[in-house]
Design a protein around this ligand. Structure first.
Ligand code: AMP
Length: 306
């Protein structure tokens, strides 16, 4: 496995691999790798000749009062994990390498970013789409892998690729969870013991939503109330948002139809963002008319939604 920190080095490597007609899979991350990241790398490895992992904590996507400075980092541990999964190259540039001067050009995807994390974190998705555009231009992969844990991010990146006729296939990958259901996240390390116990309420609420939809025949409003009541039964939970929108266009759904009726026509997403102390957790579940299958993946140590 090669570790590279300059764009030139990486471009030269890729130029040679493309000359040899090798396909390239790309997994962009901010590091502090866990099984969720690992599942993306494994999928890339199974579908492409060469896998490139980037580790870059992107300052552009953090707000002024967010956790850029303290975002967890452990490059040596990350390199070992990448090596274990047979990644070919880890690209780990400095902030100066990625942004050598003030950024004049940004990529901004409208509409899809006005709700959910786009509303709670102004400027966040401009930072994400700009860095992903830069990375995709540097790596020029055949396929790029993103987790459905960040479902809004997947929708935004897919839209950007579509709108700008980019030559890459975006591959959404299922959410990987802890054994008790908590979605894996680099930020989970911030949780203290009490917060960690109560954080399970997000998954429980999503899990019970299936029952509320199928058996109780709830409307969107009723479902939101059930989710709210369940999550706020954890005394430490501070709701940022609980929203049910159409997916992937992320628009509010009008009318008083039951959710199960709505599912005959469209996919919906239940999206949650909840703070426990200083830690903001997100999770979601996407429903379509052929309701999600749940299957255990013992090798990942968790539950994966497919
Ligand atoms: P991050 O390092 O948090 O920016 O995440 C890098 C990539 O890993 C993104 O595409 C995330 O959606 C994905 N990812 C993060 N956590 C998970 C998870 N629990 N399951 C699947 N993918 C994940």
């Amino acid at each position: 496995m090669e570790v590279m920190s300059t764009i030139l080095q990486l471009k030269q490597f890729i130029y040679h691999k493309k000359e040899q007609k090798q396909t390239i899979g790309f997994v962009p991350t901010m590091g502090y790798l866990h099984e969720g990241h690992k599942s993306l790398m494994q999928k890339a490895k199974s579908e492409c000749d060469i896998v490139i992992l980037s580790i870059f904590v992107n300052p552009l996507q953090f707000g002024p009062n967010e956790d850029f400075e303290v975002y967890p980092r452990d490059i040596n541990r990350d390199l070992q994990i990448a090596k274990d999964v047979n990644v070919d190259v880890v690209f780990s540039p400095s902030v100066e390498e990625m942004y050598p001067s003030e950024v004049y050009t940004k990529v901004s995807v409208s509409n899809l970013t006005s709700r959910l994390c786009g509303a709670s974190r102004p400027g966040h998705f401009d930072g994400v789409s700009t860095v992903v555009m830069k990375l995709l231009n540097i790596v020029e992969p055949d396929k790029a892998y993103f987790g459905q844990k960040d479902a809004q991010q997947v929708a935004v990146i897919e839209q950007m690729v579509f709108d700008l006729n980019m030559n890459v296939e975006i591959v959404p990958c299922p959410i990987v969870r802890e054994k008790d259901g908590l979605a894996l996240s680099s930020r989970n390390v911030y949780l203290n013991d009490d917060e960690r116990v109560q954080a399970i309420k997000l998954f429980e609420a999503l899990d019970q939503s299936e029952l509320w939809i199928d058996e109780k025949n709830v409307t969107i409003e009723e479902l939101e109330r059930h989710l709210y009541d369940h999550i706020t039964s954890a005394p430490l939970a501070m709701i940022d948002y609980i929203e049910i929108l159409s997916y992937p266009d992320l628009q509010p759904i009008e009318g008083n139809d039951s959710v199960s009726q709505l599912l005959a026509e469209k996919e919906i997403i239940i999206a949650l963002a909840v703070k426990f102390g200083k830690t903001r957790l997100i999770d979601n579940r996407i429903y379509s008319n052929n309701t999600m299958n749940v299957k255990r993946q013992p090798d990942l140590g968790g539950i994966v939604y497919v």
